[in-house]
Design a protein around this ligand. Structure first.
Ligand code: 9GP
Length: 798
């Protein structure tokens, strides 16, 4: 092959070409990394043309663009996604095998880009893929964290955090855009000049853009995920260097880079600190400038902005984007304040993802004034303007010395949405009740969804194959076609094949668990899976309590016909969230005791898999029999894991919380194991004095399980290790673990009973698949396009 051969003649040749000329490697000596990079380059080439065409089509049509601002994009690995969406899987596999390589091994060699904590970040990634699939011109804007979410391991059962280095190897998917850089200010003061207020920032930082193309299903459209990195305006101080102060010479660069160094490791429990607010302003301000620059390249009249630009705030993290746009339009472009505000409100929309009071962001006024003095003035003016328009209402953005970002986002937005029907309803009656009264049309619901390309087609090739063989492959782009499976569920032959798919996926998981974690799992046992962030409201401790109680009962009545179970846990706790970390340790301690018990371990095993990430989810979900969605009703805004399990044939055991409610409605109550208090009942129960202590003493199983923890049965070397958990369970128990325990136990035994009849179980599982088509993120994005953005698809025009 020669240098000037086009790398596009054939796919196999293209891979060899890149190996030789892009990577400078001799195929005879290339390592797995080299092959993966060469394959990625060959795939990337096939994305670029469509990406350019899509951008051109958007300019030609002068189409409205959607801008999705999110602190988190949990994109995971991209190579397989891109290959699948370009429909290159067969060619890629054949090429790799012709080089004597293991294709799956190559795919798995890619590090996970873990630029998110959990559901919120993964939702943003699914949305980007669906936006491209639907041909909606869109940009994602976020931060290019050098270190994604921490790497989790265990020592004596305790969570240990280590930095994640996803950028240590070359990252083929990104394009550095030196031309799209902005200088951003922080701190300083506001002065009056020529009768106008002018912000004089004290510190300046440069934002550097990195673009990742996002290709949709069948490769018909591609959008851009633009991630910002912090750089110093003057990266190197030669004077200080020459004076011998080498460290100080690079100080400015080190400080600027800190902004995009780590994904803020907290999620819904912790309040932010100075760095977090800096990050939020940094990426919001860079994005708003970029949006304005793109608009102004083709339009002279800023009043047209709402016709051409829809900005979505993914939670309140980018809320400062609103005041920043007002500032640019008013202070820098000279529009009257009210007009600047009206234009901004015409563009901005806000998605709320939680009602937990501690997770609704607010900032101390001191910190805010110090970092963003001009913005604080603008926020007050916005709040005043809103107050004037609604005289019966006081200003609410500021209060108790804090700046409340939920309130700010609400009054800055054209539309505000919740992420499940229940959550949206609760938004109207709780946190945003006052606002809803003033703006009854502003709140809308867009129930979350997941992309079927990744969360069924790629992660579960066996099931995908069976579905395609049964109803054709139209479902991959139109998930509601899964309904076509329903008539086949009654066919015993088909159902047996469906069950065989699950069995084979479970066997794969068993092999992997043995190879990677040296644990032996019984593939015939029910795989009962709870994987998600560790949080009190998600109630992993309810699950482990039930596990303890089950184990105790198995020991007591060994002759009973127990359904064999493997309890599988995975998930990370925020590093500063000590209660959650205690839950992790408790699960690991309980696992050690139960797994060592020869009298029960044929029937019950507990494993906690470390370092939960997108790739691990892709491995576990297809092999799951039962999906644990057991949050306290009213606390999980939606959930998306719940949808992935149902779609992959794992019925749910769950409360009436978040999107569980809609899942149950769609798959049928008889195919869902419901338990627990409703959101309303939970509220009422909390007001009963001693509700937890009473619930514990009324239930002998729960009493015995709690007593085992209290007495140190799982921590003999430190009997009071879990005193905090015990105190919580028997005391305040805000998340009502004790109150829901009895009904959870009952529902779990119903699971045992049902699973014992494998045909009935397979039928339930298959109906979960056939009826989950509505949970595609394509459906969700269509809803946003219609109800919120007023954006059109340009498919067919690219
Ligand atoms: O806790 C919610 C989760 O229920 C939801 O599925 C997800 C995406 O909408 O957002 C989570 N919220 C957060 O991570 C923080 O607000």
């Amino acid at each position: 092959m020669a240098r000037d051969d086009t790398p596009k003649t054939g796919f196999r040749d293209a891979i060899l070409w890149h190996l030789t000329y892009t990577l400078g490697k001799d195929p005879d000596h290339a390592q797995i990394l080299d092959w993966r990079l060469a394959l990625s380059h060959a795939v990337r080439d096939r994305i670029v043309d469509r990406w350019v065409e899509a951008t051109r089509a958007t300019y030609r049509a002068d189409a409205k663009r959607v801008y999705y601002l999110s602190m988190e994009f949990l994109i995971g690995r991209l190579l397989e996604d891109n290959i699948v969406n370009l429909q290159l899987a067969d060619q890629a596999q054949a090429a790799m095998e012709s080089f004597g390589l293991d294709y799956r091994g190559i795919l798995l060699d890619e590090p996970d880009a873990a630029l998110g904590n959990g559901g919120l970040g993964r939702l943003a990634a699914c949305f980007m893929e669906s936006l491209a699939t639907l041909g909606c011109p869109a940009y994602g804007y976020g931060i290019r964290y050098e270190h994604g979410l921490f790497r989790q391991s265990f020592a004596d059962g305790r969570q240990i955090e280590a930095p994640e280095h996803w950028l240590q190897q070359p990252y083929v998917w990104q394009f550095e855009r030196a031309e799209a850089s902005f200088t951003l200010g922080f701190g300083g003061r506001v002065v009056t000049r020529d009768g106008k207020l002018v912000w004089e920032p004290e510190n300046l930082v440069q934002s550097e853009a990195y673009d990742i193309p996002v290709i949709g299903w069948r490769g018909d459209w591609a959008n851009t995920l633009r991630l910002w990195a912090g750089r110093a305006v003057d990266p190197f101080d030669l004077e200080r260097f020459n004076a011998g102060d080498f460290t100080a010479a690079a100080e400015a660069e080190a400080l600027a880079r800190t902004i995009s160094r780590v994904l803020y490791p907290e999620d819904s429990t912790e309040k932010g600190k100075r760095l977090r607010l800096t990050q939020e302003y940094f990426f919001s301000a860079a994005s708003i400038r970029d949006i304005l620059r793109r608009f102004e390249a083709d339009h002279a009249d800023l009043r047209q902005l709402p016709q051409k630009v829809a900005i979505q705030l993914n939670d309140t993290h980018p809320a400062i984007a609103g005041p920043e746009l007002v500032r640019l339009l008013h202070d820098e472009r000279g529009l009257p304040f009210d007009e600047a505000l009206a234009i901004t409100q015409g563009c901005v929309n806000y998605t709320n993802h939680t009602l937990l009071p501690e997770a609704l962001e607010s900032w101390g006024e001191g910190l805010f004034a110090d970092l963003l003095p001009r913005h604080l003035q603008i926020i007050d003016r916005i709040d005043d303007a809103h107050g004037r328009a609604h005289p019966d209402r006081r200003n609410t953005v500021r209060g108790d010395g804090r700046v409340r970002m939920g309130e700010l986002s609400f009054i800055m937005s054209n539309r505000v949405n919740g992420v499940s029907a229940l959550h949206t309803g609760l938004m109207k009656t709780t946190v945003f009740a006052d606002q809803h009264r003033l703006h009854p049309d502003r709140i809308v619901n867009e129930t979350n969804g997941v992309t079927p390309r990744r969360w069924l087609h790629s992660c579960n090739p066996r099931l995908s194959g069976l579905i395609t063989e049964t109803i054709g492959d139209g479902w991959i782009g139109d998930l509601e076609q899964l309904q076509g499976l329903e008539p086949h569920v009654a066919d015993p032959g088909w159902l047996a094949r469906f069950a065989a798919v699950k069995a084979a996926n479970k066997a794969d998981l068993c092999n992997w668990a043995l190879r990677e974690h040296h644990v032996t799992l019984n593939p015939d046992a029910l795989f009962d899976v709870q994987i998600k962030r560790i949080h009190e409201y998600k109630r992993q401790h309810l699950n482990i309590l039930e596990t303890i109680a089950l184990w105790q009962e198995m020991r007591e009545i060994p002759s009973s016909d127990w359904t064999a179970r493997v309890k599988i846990f995975a998930g990370k706790a925020a590093p500063g969230y000590f209660f959650a970390k205690d839950i992790i340790r408790l699960i690991n301690d309980v696992a050690a005791v139960i797994n060592a018990d020869a009298t029960t371990n044929e029937k019950l095993r507990v494993i906690y898999l470390p370092n939960y990430n997108v790739t691990l989810a892709e491995r576990l979900i297809p092999a799951a029999d039962l999906s644990e969605q057991i949050s306290t009703a009213g606390k999980e805004a939606s959930g998306t894991g719940n949808m992935k399990f149902a779609l992959n044939g794992a019925p749910t055991i769950g409360t009436l919380d978040g999107a569980n409610v809609e899942i149950r409605e769609l798959v049928g109550a008889e195919n869902f194991f419901l338990f627990g208090l409703t959101a309303e009942e939970a509220e009422a129960r909390r007001t009963l004095p001693d509700h937890a202590a009473r619930a514990v003493s009324a239930d002998p199983r729960l009493t015995r399980a709690v007593e085992a923890i209290r007495s140190g049965a799982f921590s003999p070397d430190e009997p009071d290790r879990y005193a905090g958990i015990v105190e919580n369970l028997t005391g305040a128990d805000y998340f009502l673990v004790a109150s829901d325990f009895g009904d959870y136990w009952r529902a779990q035994r119903e699971v045992d009973f049902t699973y014992a009849d494998r045909d009935t179980w397979a039928r339930m599982a298959a109906l979960n698949v056939a009826r989950s088509g509505w949970f595609s993120s394509d459906r969700t994005i269509r809803g946003y396009m219609r109800d919120i953005w007023n954006a059109k698809s340009l498919l067919g025009q690219g």
